[in-house]
Design a protein. Structure first.
Length: 296
């Protein structure tokens, strides 16, 4: 009986150890998977350069994500871009205020509470060969991914079409120039041929510029980033604005000022009456004449 009990206990211990090991392995696999997912979450085969001479791709990426701190992440991204040979073409770092509350906490102090979010829109140009590396580096800053769009547009046929069009245009230019030199006699014919030649040259130049633009987009991929963070609360104690009554003088000064103002009024009235002395004199003269002749 004791032997059976010992065997059962031993079997239970072995099963418990095996279950613990299996659980630990599963946890480790989950951790490894999570770590791998976090570091490559926004990458894609579309961002990887393919060594294929027949196909030319313009690669673009548009990514929106939340970070812990927009300012710090911006500096980290800009440093990574510079490190891998890219450059920043646009950045718009700003704070958006959602609410602002002022609370008076004492006679001369006010608590100002501001709720705001910080965001930054960045446009960067990355060497085509480093696009996947830079995107994986940016992934380290992501706290929450809203979306990521990566496109690889094959423009091989468009480049070929432009090149063939350039050749045709060059041949046409040569024929027109030869016709002008050999057969152009009348001024009208020469002017018409010159206009045709100018149009051909302009079309050729436009295709050349178009090809240069396409080649630049092939060599440097364009990445648009939208960074934001959680709402932040900022509190600051500020001096309160005093009421206008606080700047009024005391009662004694007001009484003294009133007496002065009253005296100034008396002086003004007296001066006004003095200015009217001719009219007063005429009035008195008329009054005496009236009295004198009214008695007779």
């Amino acid at each position: 009986m004791k032997t059976i009990a010992k065997l059962g206990l031993t079997a239970f211990i072995i099963l418990a150890v095996l279950f613990s090991c299996k659980k630990a392995d599963t946890s480790q696999e989950t951790l490894d998977y999570t770590t791998t997912t976090d570091s490559t979450a926004i990458s894609s085969l579309a961002a990887v350069e393919r060594k294929d001479s027949k196909h030319k791709f313009i690669r673009t990426a548009d990514i929106k994500f939340k970070v812990k701190n927009v300012v710090k992440s911006t500096y980290a991204i800009e440093n990574a871009v510079s490190k891998f040979g890219g450059f920043v073409t646009y950045t718009n770092l700003q704070s958006n205020i959602h609410d602002q509350i002022k609370t008076k906490i004492s006679q001369d102090s006010t608590l100002e509470t501001t709720k705001y979010t910080v965001e930054n829109n960045i446009t960067i140009r990355i060497p085509n060969t480093q696009l996947d590396t830079v995107i994986k580096t940016i992934a380290k800053q992501i706290d929450f991914l809203d979306f990521r769009i990566i496109k690889a547009d094959d423009i091989s046929l468009k480049l070929l079409s432009n090149q063939l069009s350039q050749k045709r245009s060059a041949n046409t230019e040569k024929r027109v120039e030869k016709a002008i030199d050999e057969k152009g006699k009348k001024i009208n014919d020469i002017m018409e041929a010159e206009n045709t030649l100018a149009n051909q040259k302009e079309a050729n130049d436009n295709r050349t510029i178009d090809n240069l633009s396409l080649q630049d987009q092939i060599n440097f991929s364009t990445v648009t980033l939208q960074l934001y963070q959680n709402e932040t609360i900022r509190q600051e104690i500020m001096a309160s604005e005093k009421n206008s009554n606080a700047y009024k003088p005391n009662l004694g000064i007001q009484i003294l000022d009133s007496l002065k103002n009253g005296w100034y009024i008396i002086e003004s009235v007296f001066v006004f009456l003095i200015n009217l002395w001719p009219f007063i004199l005429i009035g008195f003269g008329g009054f005496f004449l009236y009295k004198k002749y009214s008695k007779e």
